[in-house]
Write a protein that binds this ligand. Structure first.
Ligand SMILES: Cc1cc2nc3c(=O)[nH]c(=O)nc-3n(C[C@H](O)[C@H](O)[C@H](O)COP(=O)(O)OP(=O)(O)OC[C@H]3O[C@@H](n4cnc5c(N)ncnc54)[C@H](O)[C@@H]3O)c2cc1C
Ligand code: FES
Length: 279
């Protein structure tokens, strides 16, 4: 579905870099249908020299509004912060398959790396018993995330101060890869390897993850060891987002390929041939 959406608000999540942004768009038809893990293609209208849209996960929904969390990476994302309130953009969406959440009674364990937190936030908003484990290469890039978390759930969840804080359901556990925390305990997957947390992990029948490929590969392997199902939300480059260009192919476990915009972006981890992915 193609819609014209109005920008209601933008705020930087990062300080002082101001390169991670939270955007609120008025898009009632998209908001009404969106499911966690789905994405939109966003195009900046006819005044820019960039004819293709760019994919962004839906990071949350409120009434007739959708939220995006984006990191400046290049041509389009560098232009987006300059859009004022009231500016109009073109959206297609919601697109793709979101997470398979049919068994919504199961407590979910959400594991995010960097801007991969976007689809996790929407899932976390929908599932009140989900635990969120998030890692950031530079925490300062996301240091205003707590504001967003509050906005999404309309209460202030406990945000532990450091990686040694115990994981508990309902908690947000922030790990940090910056030198301060990197002394052997900085990866977002580290708490999963700590035997003290094994009881907590086994309480979850389903892991959802989004972030850099090596991180998702590790999460998939650990989930397999625990016998817990794992779904990923992949963020490979896309051109059309509509299943036409074949530019988003990923090697499938069954041979041949899966197309991210059509079969994903949320996929069962075991649907991919991780050995054929060039990580
Ligand atoms: C399903 C999906 C959901 C996504 N959700 C989000 C999100 O919620 N927040 C967010 O910040 N980003 C997200 N991305 C990534 C986002 O689409 C890219 O960062 C964006 O397209 C870059 O556009 P650009 O014009 O600014 O950069 P470009 O000028 O097109 O490229 C800048 C650099 O980024 C690289 N690049 C382009 N696209 C991607 C990509 N998809 N993944 C990794 N590197 C890329 C290019 O190779 C280049 O090095 C998502 C991608 C997909 C496929
Ligand atoms: S992006 Fe064109 S087929 Fe998937």
């Amino acid at each position: 579905m193609r819609v014209i959406a109005e920008i209601m608000e933008q705020q930087p999540l990062s300080h002082p870099a101001r390169d991670v942004w939270w955007m609120c768009l008025k898009a009632p038809s998209v908001a009404a249908q969106a499911q966690p893990g789905q994405f939109i293609m966003l195009k900046l209208g006819h005044t820019t020299p960039h004819p293709l849209g760019r994919p962004f996960s839906i990071a949350g929904v409120n009434d007739e509004y959708i939220f995006l969390l984006y990191k400046q990476k290049g041509a389009i994302t560098d232009l987006m912060p300059h859009l004022n309130e009231g500016a109009k953009v073109i959206l297609w969406g919601p697109l793709g398959h979101g997470f398979d959440l049919r068994d919504d009674k199961t407590p979910l364990l959400l594991i995010a790396g960097g801007a991969g937190i976007a689809p996790m936030l929407f899932t976390w908003q929908r599932f009140s018993n989900a635990a969120l484990l998030a890692g950031f290469a530079d925490w300062h890039n996301f240091n205003r995330l707590s504001v967003i978390l509050r906005e999404l759930r309309r209460f202030s969840p406990p945000i532990p101060a450091g990686p040694d804080t115990l994981l508990t359901p309902e908690s947000v556990y922030i790990t940090n890869l910056s030198p301060y925390w990197s002394a052997g305990s900085g990866l977002v997957t580290d708490p999963l390897l700590n035997p003290q947390n094994s009881g907590f992990i086994k309480n979850h029948n389903s892991v959802l993850t989004c972030g850099p490929w090596p991180m998702m590969k590790r999460v998939a392997a650990i989930s397999r060891e625990y016998g817990i199902s794992c779904q990923i939300a992949a963020e490979s480059p896309m051109a059309c987002g509509l299943g036409v260009c074949m530019g988003c192919a990923l090697p499938a476990a069954q041979g041949d390929y899966l197309y991210l915009c059509k079969h994903g972006p949320a996929l069962q981890a075991e649907a991919l041939d991780w050995n054929r992915l060039c990580l």
